[in-house]
Design a protein around this ligand. Sequence first.
Ligand SMILES: [Zn+2]
Length: 98
Amino acid sequence: MSPPRNPRRAYDANGNEIPPVTVGQSLAEGYRTVMAYCEAHNCGHGAEVPLKGWSADLPVPHMALRLRCSKCGGRRIRMMVNVTELYARAHGAGRTGR
Ligand SMILES: [Zn+2]
């Protein structure tokens, strides 16, 4: 029997828990913001949330617990990597290797 799953955690194909990235780790990776998306039906509002000001050891998914949708007031928020920022970094100048 496997232990009950925490819906705020990610699991790999074998059911092992993947530790969530923390605010501090994201900042160290070069991110300055994350995206927060409202999961309310018919809303889907998305907003950039600056990582600055959050405690460094806070797991990024837990930021959702303290956020509220600015459009509908909903509290079901999903945190995502800011893909715009990711894209800019992946295609930015100064990237070496490959
Ligand atoms: Zn909303």
